[in-house]
Every structure is written in structure tokens, then in C-alpha cells.
Design a protein around this ligand. Structure first.
Ligand code: HGY
Ligand code: MN
Ligand code: MN
Length: 394
């Protein structure tokens, strides 16, 4: 099975020897290597590769006529991420093409395999940046100014040529296979599932400014300490999310000047908030902002909150979900929600009928080196994707 050979090819690319996690940030050597790998795999299958100035790639199996069926996912990772989030969908798409050919399928319409760049937003901060630009949900004028942690602007590492894929005209539906990032399938004892939708979620930058001062000679009551304001805000975020049954995470922090013996002048922290409805998201972020602002008032510091990346509620096409989930040996695949964002969410929001196929992750852990999927379930995923594509290409 070509999947296992491809999986072995991918395993070492961008892998950190110590943690076993992956650093495949966009426009870095490992990720550039992955794009080249994808191009080679497509060439080996006679798929016609298209790319844009950003590095998004779509490979076409020209067959039949009319609007294409698109599948695929992303190859970039979060910092110290898992092996499966993204690449599983790309390798499975290539292996599914092999399987369709082994089955003697001649598609009645074109089939595309898409690879969207910077899905994780781990470098330039905007989730699903590649697919957002491909469907026009973000403009190049705005995106080119996004900066990474070293201050490098997106416009300095990529050009905005040919970004308009006109996908809504060229593509009839999109199906993304992805490792499940939770334990729903494990708890259901199911290897394969279909997504019903994606929770609304966003990333918000909390900038707290205070007064730099000596850690020893400054009395506690005389301080304007942004770290204290941040710490209390993080506590408030955790408590409010628990009370509301939602999700709030501060996973990234930048302290200036980051010295050991000085009260910091500034603390910047990024909140990742996710809720089951748009109203709940607005309410949770609003409440965390209110509590942080109130705390800043008591600490003599100042807090500003800036939304950096917001993704609205995604309801995948219910008919497409049911059509893919139904009539399988062993019964219908479960149709389940997720709080993880995906390129599929962006294409769905752009009006393209979209579905996601989930592959069981026995650890339920993701965005971590512990992320895992058993080979048997990965192969079940390839068959599931081949079955789904065969239905859609008939
Ligand atoms: O952050 C997310 O939800 C996705 O994994 N990009
Ligand atoms: Mn991810
Ligand atoms: Mn992903």
C-alpha cells in the first residue's frame, strides 16, 4: 500500500529528535521539503500540479467534465506538533487516488488534491491563511503585512501572485480527511467519522503594559506589574470557560524585557477561545476582557485586546455528510462536531459544499508529539476516502 511508503517518507521531515514533535512552519526548510515531496508524488501519478504565489498547491486528475471534486489538507504543523494533523489528509488523498485506479474507476469529473499553506497560523498568526487567501476570505493587501515572531512580513517571504483559485466556480465539493483531535471516535469504538461542524473560535492578543522596575528595591505596593495582571486574567479565563462549559487557553506569552531581576514593562499573551455558539464566544471573550481590564485598573497597568484570527461557526453540508456516512459495512459512520479549525471550514464558509472524514486517534491528543493514529485506522481512512470519492466522482 502506497500509504505506508509515503508515511515513512514523511516521518523524518521537520522532526525534533528530542521531543519527537514536528516543526514544519511555512516557508521554512522542512515545509519547503514537504511541498517538493507533494509535487514529486503528484508527478509520479501524472497529476497536473497547479500552484500560486503563496505556495498553495492543487494537483488535478483530469477526467470527465464539470466542476471538480477536491480533497486534500495541509502539511504545515503547530510548533512541536504531531505527525498526523494535516499530512494524514494529504497522504491519504494520494493513496486514495492509487486505490481508485486499482479499482478501475474513471472519474466522471476532475479530482483535485489541495495542499493549503499556513493552516495552523503558527508563523503569521492567522489560522487557515492559505485557504482564506485562496477563497478571498482574507485579502493579500491585509495578509502581506502579517508578521512572524522575528518581525518578518508575509510579503517578504511570499508573493501574492495568482491567489484567486476561483474554487467556488471550479469545485463542486471539498472532502478533507483529518486525524480526529479528540476522543469521540475512541469512545464510540469507531475508526471513521464524519464532521457535522466546527465550533466558532478565535485568537486574541492581550497586551498588558506596566512599569519596569527593580525586582528588589520596589515594594510590592508600589508596583505596576503587567505579569500580575496577566496571571489574574489567565485565572479568570480558565474559570469563566469552566463555568460556561467552553474552552479558553493562554498557550503563548511574550514578556519584555524578560529579565529575571526586573518587574516587566510589558506582557503580551494570546488567548485561544472556542465556544459551541458565536454568542457564547462573544460573551466569553467579552467577560475575560472585562475581568482583565478591571484587574489592570487595580494593578495600575493597561490592557488592550486585539482579535488576530476569528473563525465563525461552520455547519458542514448535512446532505453531503449523510451521503458519505451512510451504507458502510459495519454501519453508518458517526457524524460528530469538532472544536478544531480546518481549511474545510474556510471552503465551507465560502459556499463550497464540504465534508470532513475523521480517522480515530486512540490518544485523543493533538497539537503534541503524542498525537497518534494506528496504521490500521489510517488504512481504513484511505479506503473510506476512496469510497467517498468514488461516490462523488460517479
Ligand atoms: O487550531 C486549530 O483548531 C487547527 O488545528 N488548526
Ligand atoms: Mn491543527
Ligand atoms: Mn489540521
Amino acid at each position: 500500500m502506497s500509504f505506508e511508503r509515503m508515511w515513512r517518507d514523511l516521518a523524518p521531515v521537520g522532526r525534533d529528535a528530542r521531543s519527537g514533535g514536528y516543526f514544519r512552519q511555512p516557508w521554512t526548510t522542512p515545509e519547503t521539503e514537504l511541498r517538493a515531496w507533494f509535487a514529486e508524488e503528484c508527478a509520479a501519478r501524472g497529476l497536473e500540479l497547479e500552484t500560486d504565489g503563496l505556495g498553495n498547491q492543487v494537483a488535478w486528475w483530469r477526467s470527465g467534465e464539470g466542476r471538480a471534486v477536491l480533497t486534500g489538507s495541509h502539511l504545515d504543523s503547530v510548533l512541536d506538533g504531531g505527525a498526523y494533523d494535516g499530512p494524514l489528509g494529504v497522504a491519504s488523498a494520494l493513496a486514495a487516488v492509487d486505490e481508485l485506479r486499482e479499482r478501475g474507476v474513471t472519474p466522471a469529473r476532475p479530482l483535485g488534491i489541495g495542499v493549503f499553506v499556513e493552516e495552523e497560523g503558527s508563523r503569521f498568526g492567522r489560522a487557515c491563511l492559505g485557504s482564506r487567501l485562496a477563497v478571498g476570505a482574507t485579502t493579500w493587501e491585509e495578509a502581506r503585512e502579517l508578521r512572524d515572531r522575528d518581525g518578518v512580513a508575509l510579503g517578504d517571504v511570499a508573493d501574492g501572485a495568482d491567489l484567486d483559485w476561483r474554487l467556488a466556480e471550479r469545485v463542486g465539493c471539498f472532502v478533507e480527511l483529518h486525524v480526529e483531535q479528540g476522543r469521540d471516535l475512541v469512545d464510540r469504538n469507531a475508526a471513521i467519522g464524519v464532521a457535522s461542524g466546527i465550533w466558532p473560535h478565535g485568537r486574541y492578543r492581550f497586551d498588558v503594559t506596566g512599569q519596569a522596575n527593580h525586582a528588589g528595591t520596589t515594594r510590592m505596593e508600589d508596583r505596576e506589574d503587567p505579569m500580575l495582571t496577566f496571571a489574574m486574567t489567565a485565572l479568570a479565563a480558565n474559570k469563566q470557560a469552566r463555568l460556561a462549559g467552553q474552552r479558553a487557553t493562554f498557550g503563548r506569552l511574550d514578556v519584555a524585557p524578560n529579565g529575571t531581576n526586573a518587574v516587566p514593562s510589558r506582557v503580551t499573551a494570546w488567548l485561544d477561545a472556542r465556544c459551541d455558539t458565536a454568542e457564547a464566544l462573544e460573551e466569553l471573550v467579552g467577560e475575560i476582557t472585562r475581568l482583565g481590564t478591571e484587574r489592570a485598573g487595580r494593578d495600575g497597568t493597561a490592557l488592550t485586546v486585539t482579535a488576530e484570527s476569528v473563525s465563525g461557526t461552520v455547519d458542514f453540508d448535512p446532505d453531503l455528510a449523510r451521503r458519505l456516512a451512510a451504507d458502510h459495512e459495519g454501519g453508518d459512520w458517526p457524524i460528530i462536531p469538532t472544536a478544531a479549525g480546518h481549511d474545510a471550514g474556510i471552503l465551507s464558509a465560502a459556499g463550497i459544499p464540504t465534508a470532513m472524514i475523521f480517522v480515530r486517534n486512540p490518544t485523543g491528543v493533538s497539537h503534541s508529539p503524542e498525537e497518534h493514529a494506528e496504521t490500521a485506522d489510517c488504512l481504513a481512512g484511505v479506503h473510506a476516502l476512496a469510497d467517498s470519492l468514488e461516490r462523488l466522482l460517479a
